[in-house]
Design a protein around this ligand. Structure first.
Ligand SMILES: [Zn+2]
Length: 616
């Protein structure tokens, strides 16, 4: 019975010991309480369910992976027991279950084949053959409803396979009182998505015991996983958001005799899989439930529709793929212009792999190509660091894929590609190299930005005849590197062979390569995009060297609006700061020497070196 729409049902009636048989609603309520942002997704699923038309039904076979967690051999249920459960799901969801003929005639107009089949997975998410069963011994004696241990290898459980492409079922010893639970669509973390069933209620043979020995606990929980509520709406005459199911006062237990009326209905549909009756006494889903389930598949679990999980993997002679991207990662932030991708290449083919073409890009920009050559036997992996790739900004997506394997087209694209979202520092990688002379203690250096804000300096006294190499990621802007010699003899060449170099690593562009000065030397440099550098080249200063006046010619601001010009000496001190509008600057008040002209056009900084020699 569907009553009020849009109101998300998360209130739970009073729970007594008898009712604690399915944990799905309890788990959902707890999750939504601490993750209210999921309420919107759940609400939109409700809205879609209302308008869903039966004409959109198709057939689907859902690939299943069963994770068996056992602390003793009894809990390590047999393949046969697992297969018996898949068989029950297939029958119950296609209404081919033998006990379907126990449905009272009055309900026959509303019962329905759900048009859903299930298979034990035939291939893993990365295309390897499998029987769809994962067995793991655990030191945990049992698993609680309110805990996610079961879902992770690292906590004594088993990590889910891609929950968009597989139904993950965990079978284990659940803490007393709970038969199982399911995660509703958008009802939890995708990593915990699936169904958990107690090993004594799973399948129809082996460890099962009456009255939960016909696999209906799993049918019921998969119903929740496909967005079905309990038929009594977990409230007194509550709502299950399905039109055709009769309103019902409360859960039914054991086996009832039809009719068993409540809430002014003509009889509870206690044989519905979403009630609490014994396995032997439930046998039906309704057409309304089918609409709701197919709405959930279409709007949320749609990637199941094209999952390859039920197909045998393609076995090719030459088949390569990227199985993971190890770096970059968000643990060690790298500079956006210097990104080295560390990836794992796998040989999925039968033949030994000797060559692979790897294509990779960031943010779908220009694709780079790397030719891998080596010796990789079937099923093995190699970890590769790809040649550097550059980007701009802080947030990126890296995509890596294989194309040619052993020189032939890789015709199995399903395992070729991996992508990774990561963050970086914005800017460019700069290397500063300093070689001290015989008197390293006379030298010191400082790196600041152009506004004289400190970034880093030499800190400790430099050792004699030592090479220091420092890498920085500097954001876009202009900088000043100043080196001093307290004795005034620089660091070359009478007492050693010192030098300093400032280098933009990726472009290999030297800002400085200096091996002699007296007391001090300064290098100005700007980190900018190619565009800014290009603009810098459009600024012409003439004459340069000059004997007094300089004239500026630039194409950035053709209207020659007033701009602020600053001139710095080699110590980084401002010696001239004026607004100019006639493109001429008179330097006659300055002493001969080297200066740096800094201009700012609409937040684009340009720095140019000027040589003043008034005697010429
Ligand atoms: Zn339930």
């Amino acid at each position: 019975m569907k009553k009020i729409i849009f109101l998300l049902l998360i209130s739970i009636g009073n729970i007594n010991a008898q009712e604690k048989i399915c944990g799905s609603q309890l788990k959902l309520k707890k999750f939504l309480h601490s993750n209210p942002e999921f309420l919107n997704i759940r609400d939109s699923l409700e809205e879609n369910s209302i308008n869903f038309e039966s004409i959109k039904h198709t057939n689907i076979t859902i690939p299943v992976v069963v994770h068996v967690l056992y602390s003793n051999q009894i809990e390590n249920i047999s393949d046969n027991q697992i297969i018996s459960q898949i068989d029950v799901l297939n029958k119950d969801f296609t209404r081919t279950n033998i006990d379907a003929n126990n449905t009272p005639p009055s309900f026959l107009p509303i019962v329905s084949d759900m048009q859903i089949n299930f298979c034990l997975a035939q291939q893993t998410a990365d295309g390897m053959p499998t029987n769809g069963i994962v067995r793991k011994q655990t030191s945990l004696q049992s698993f609680p409803l309110y805990g996610d241990e079961i879902h992770y290898d690292t906590s004594g459980g088993s990590t889910a396979w891609d929950t968009k492409k597989y139904l993950n079922i965990w079978v284990c010893n659940i803490d007393t009182g709970i038969l199982g639970w399911a995660q509703f669509p958008a009802g939890g973390n995708p990593e915990t998505d699936g169904v958990v069933i107690d090993y004594e209620k799973f399948g129809t043979n082996g460890t099962v015991s009456p009255p939960y020995d016909r696999g209906r606990t799993t049918t019921h929980e998969v119903g929740h996983w496909l967005n079905l509520w309990h038929i009594w709406g977990d409230n007194n005459c509550g709502d299950d958001f399905v039109n055709d199911t009769p309103e019902q006062e409360e859960a039914n237990y054991g086996c009832k005799i039809h009719p068993h009326p409540s809430c002014n209905n003509n009889g509870d549909m206690f044989m519905n899989f979403m009630d609490y009756t014994n396995d032997a006494c439930m046998n039906s889903f309704t057409l309304g439930q089918k609409n709701r389930v197919w709405s959930a598949i279409t709007n949320y679990r749609y990637e199941l529709l094209n999952s390859q999980g039920c197909n045998s993997p393609i076995s090719l002679n030459s088949d390569a793929g990227i199985i993971s991207i190890l770096e970059p990662n968000n643990t060690n932030l790298v500079c956006a212009d210097e990104i080295y991708a560390k990836v794992v290449l796998k040989n999925y083919g039968n033949n030994t792999l000797s060559s692979v073409t790897i294509k990779y890009n960031i943010n779908s920009n220009n694709e780079n190509t790397y030719s891998w050559n080596g010796y990789l036997t079937s099923g093995n992996t190699d970890t590769i660091i790809l040649p550097v790739i550059s980007s701009i900004g802080n947030n990126h997506i890296l995509s890596v894929r294989t194309t040619l394997a052993n020189g032939s087209l890789d015709i199995n694209p399903s395992n070729n590609q991996k992508s990774k979202i990561f963050s970086s520092l914005n800017g460019k990688s700069i290397n500063i190299k300093i070689r001290s002379d015989n008197y390293g203690n006379e030298n010191s250096w400082t790196l600041t930005n152009i506004d004289n804000n400190y970034i880093v300096d030499s800190m400790n006294v430099l050792s004699n005849n030592t090479t220091y190499s420092l890498d920085f990621c500097l954001d876009y802007g202009c900088y000043m590197f100043v080196i001093n010699d307290s004795y005034g003899d620089g660091f070359c060449c009478n007492y050693g062979n010192g030098y300093y170099k400032v280098l933009e690593k990726i472009s290999n562009n030297y800002f400085a390569n200096v091996n002699q000065f007296l007391f001090t030397d300064t290098t100005y440099f700007c980190i900018g995009s190619t565009e800014i550098n290009d603009r810098s080249e459009h600024l012409l200063i003439h004459p340069n060297p000059t004997n007094g006046k300089i004239y500026l010619k630039h194409e950035i601001d053709p209207n020659n609006r007033i701009i602020l010009a600053k001139i710095f000496n080699t110590l980084g001190q401002v010696v001239f700061s004026e607004k100019i509008n006639n493109n001429a600057i008179d330097l006659n008040k300055l002493k001969d020497g080297i200066y740096y002209l800094k201009l700012n056009f609409n937040n684009i900084n340009i720095t140019k070196k000027i040589i003043l020699n008034k005697s010429e």
